[in-house]
Design a protein around this ligand. Structure first.
Ligand code: 9MG
Length: 293
C-alpha cells in the first residue's frame, strides 16, 4: 500500500508515524533584542536542539498570533525570520514559516523554507500566488475572526462541520491554483476564534478532519484551553500538552505542533509502540516489566 506523503520543497514526509513540528517564536518577547532585530544565536541554538531532539519540522514565526496581538510590519517580520530560515535550511532542516504575509512567504521560500504555515489559510490577497509557483508545502489553518478580536465571542452552528468545510474549500482552492494535493495540510486552529468547548469538540472529532484525506496538524501545546482544564499556568502545562498531543494523534492527527519536542517525541514513541504491538511480540518470555528502582 502506498503511504500518504506530504511534500514540502525538497523534503517528502512519509506519514507512517506522527510528525513533530517544533515551535520557534522569534517575537520581541522571545529571542529578539526587544526591537526589530533578532538575536539569531540563541534562536538558532534552540532550533538545533529541537532538531536533535527529533523535530521533523521547525516552525519559525516572527508575528505573535496570541489573542489580542497587534500586527507586525512586514519589514520587521522579514528581519526576524529570514536569516534564521536561511541558516537552518542550509543545514538541511525542514523549516516551516508561520506567516500571513505574501511578501514574507516569497522571501521565506527563496531562503529555503520547506513549508508555509498560514493561520489565514492563504486568504490574504496574493498569498495563494506566493505559494503556487513554488514547491513548498502549505498548512491551511482555520480561524474565526483575527487575532485581535477572535476570542471576543466565537459562534458556530456546528463547529466541526464548519471548520472541516472551510478547510476543504481552501484545500480545493489550492488545487485550483496549481498547488498539488500532496503539498497541503489542514489545521483546525485550536484557540483561534474558539471557546474551550469548541476546542474540546474539535479535538474529540479529529477523525472527521482526518477523513478528508489531508494530513491534519494539531496545535494544542501550552494553550489556554489546557490551562482551563488543569488550572495550571502556561509554564506548567507540559503534562497537559503531552496528553493533548496523544489525544490528537490517537484520533488521526498527522503532525503535532509543539514547544516541548523531546518530551513529545518520547510520548509518541510509547504511543506508537503500543499501537504496533502484535500478539507475536508477547510470545517471548520476559521478566515482569516493573519500573527500575
Ligand atoms: C502559529 N500558530 C499558533 N497556534 C497554531 C496552531 O494551532 N496551528 C498552526 N498551524 N499554527 C499555529
Amino acid at each position: 500500500m502506498m503511504l500518504p506523503l506530504l511534500r514540502c520543497g525538497r523534503h517528502a514526509f512519509e506519514l507512517s508515524r506522527p510528525l513533530v513540528m517544533g515551535i520557534l517564536n522569534v517575537t520581541p518577547d522571545s529571542f529578539s533584542d526587544g526591537g526589530r532585530h533578532l538575536d539569531a544565536g540563541p534562536a538558532l541554538a534552540h532550533a538545533r536542539r529541537m532538531r536533535d531532539d527529533g523535530a521533523d519540522l521547525i516552525d519559525v514565526g516572527g508575528e505573535s498570533s496570541r489573542p489580542g496581538a497587534a500586527p507586525v510590519a512586514g519589514s520587521d517580520e522579514l528581519a526576524r525570520v529570514i536569516p534564521l530560515v536561511a541558516a537552518l535550511a542550509a543545514e538541511g532542516v525542514a523549516v516551516s514559516v508561520d506567516t500571513r504575509k505574501p511578501e514574507v512567504m516569497r522571501a521565506a521560500i527563496d531562503a529555503g523554507a520547506a513549508m508555509i504555515n498560514d493561520i489565514g489559510a492563504l486568504t490574504a490577497p496574493g498569498a495563494m500566488q506566493a505559494l503556487a509557483g513554488s514547491g513548498a508545502g502549505i498548512c491551511l489553518m482555520h480561524m474565526q475572526g483575527d487575532p485581535r478580536t477572535m476570542q471576543a465571542a466565537p459562534v458556530y452552528g456546528n463547529v466541526v462541520a464548519e471548520v472541516r468545510d472551510f478547510l476543504l474549500a481552501r484545500a480545493r482552492a489550492c488545487e485550483a491554483a496549481g498547488i498539488a494535493r500532496e503539498r497541503v495540510a489542514i489545521d483546525p486552529g485550536f484557540g483561534f476564534g474558539k471557546t474551550h468547548g469548541h476546542n474540546l469538540v474539535l479535538l474529540r472529532s479529529m477523525r472527521a478532519l482526518a477523513a478528508t484525506g489531508y494530513p491534519v496538524v494539531a496545535g494544542l501545546s501550552r494553550k489556554s484551553t489546557l490551562g482551563e482544564i488543569t488550572g495550571r499556568d502556561v509554564r506548567e502545562r507540559l503534562p497537559a500538552s503531552l496528553a493533548a498531543a496523544l489525544a490528537a494523534v490517537a484520533r488521526g492527527a498527522a503532525i503535532v505542533r509543539v514547544h516541548d519536542v523531546r518530551e513529545t517525541v518520547d510520548a509518541l514513541k510509547v504511543w506508537r509502540a503500543v499501537e504496533r504491538a502484535t500478539d507475536a511480540s508477547q510470545c517471548a518470555a520476559e521478566p515482569d516489566d516493573l519500573p527500575e528502582g
